[in-house]
Design a binder for this molecule. Sequence first.
Ligand SMILES: C[S@@+](CC[C@H](N)C(=O)[O-])C[C@H]1O[C@@H](n2cnc3c(N)ncnc32)[C@H](O)[C@@H]1O
Length: 437
Amino acid sequence: MNCTKLKPYLQSCIQNPQKTLPTVIDIRNPKDFRILHASNSINICPNDLHERLYELPTKDFPIILIFDLNFEHQNLNDSGVAIQKSIQNKLEDFWILDSETRNQKQFENVNLCLEKLLSRGWYVDILVLWEELGNETVEMYKKMNVLSSGDLYYTLYKPNPSLKKQIEKIETNIIKLKYPNFAKVSLNKLVENGKSLTNCTNIKETKLKILDIGCGVGRDLGYLATRKAIYSFKDTLVITGVQEQDKILVDWIFYGIDSLDFCLVKARALLYRLGIENTMELYHATINKSGSIIPAKNSRDLETSQIFKILKDCISKNSRMSEYKSDTNEILKDVFKKDINDLPKTFDMVVSIRFLNIDFIKKSLYGMLNKGGIFFVSTFVKGVEGAKSFDKPSDSHCLKFGQLNEMFSEMNYDILVDEIEFIEDGRPINTFVAQKL
Ligand SMILES: C[S@@+](CC[C@H](N)C(=O)[O-])C[C@H]1O[C@@H](n2cnc3c(N)ncnc32)[C@H](O)[C@@H]1O
């Protein structure tokens, strides 16, 4: 781990623009962050870090942590204070010592505090001490895009890589079946960070419904909702309602179900941060042993104080939520639905990521997909030759090698993708995509 001050850090960003953007967490107070921060960083108060670890990428991405020694404004709880004080002591020691005395021990001490802060095992690569910079310097760095102002949320987490890899192929295949008069469909324009699309003419929207089963904290739905793809046509066979110069904007309508209300609360908080809180319906529902979707029971560990902590930022932005500030049940009405009769009966895509229910696939899936609809699954698989063995997830939550291919070959589907890939710890994942014919 390296320790540095803001200016040398910004210089290093300019001199060595990395191919992949780093994960930068700024733990200063939100007001100071809004005034000025390193571009592509997110602001997390040390008190909230534990609840917001799900917004970080996988642990193989090193973290850069920006902090200041301005603790009194932060209104920290006891553990936040302890962490901050501890960092403060270690770093004050570190920066007043000359280079000869900056021995390994100081680094280790700082590192220990950070390990405590990032208690789930992320690797902290660089520790950056915030410093005040003169106006001219700030303007210069802003022009170079390494400093920014405002509180636009920057997405640090990565969506499921297979979904990201396959989504264009999936959308193209859905469009081809929807508009069979066009021989060729190709991606015309893609926006992946939630910015609006400008300068596009002749756009027709095609509304498609997507259901994420076992959606967890909503990262993949969040990714898709901040992504917009426009497709164009070539080689018209017969002119129908759509003309060759027309372009199709794929406009997904999002639904997610999860049996853990706790996850759905986090999902709603993430959607708020992404600025897309109203684009999604979340359902507190379980897929049972017969493969049916039924309302879920409340989780015993969803405590009022936790809900408020996770939704803190959303409550301040949502007038209904702030009106019902002390009524958990009312607040939760804005988080998820419990009545599964409100859930549409059919979808254009069903995704199942790191979640598996074979009975759902056997008994419910076909009836829930529209013609041309896609089933996307990406989850752990056992029995891959040469792959390392693993205990978690257990056998019942893993596919058997070739299992889906065998099942879907016998049904009325076109198999578009059947791939094995390995995640960072070496466990194999099967990505399988099939289209209902
Ligand atoms: C490993 S997580 C994956 C979450 C998300 N798809 C992702 O990849 O980040 C599995 C999710 O499935 C949910 N889950 C487990 N059993 C379920 C069931 N029977 N019905 C609905 N959701 C379930 C869990 O609550 C959890 O959020």
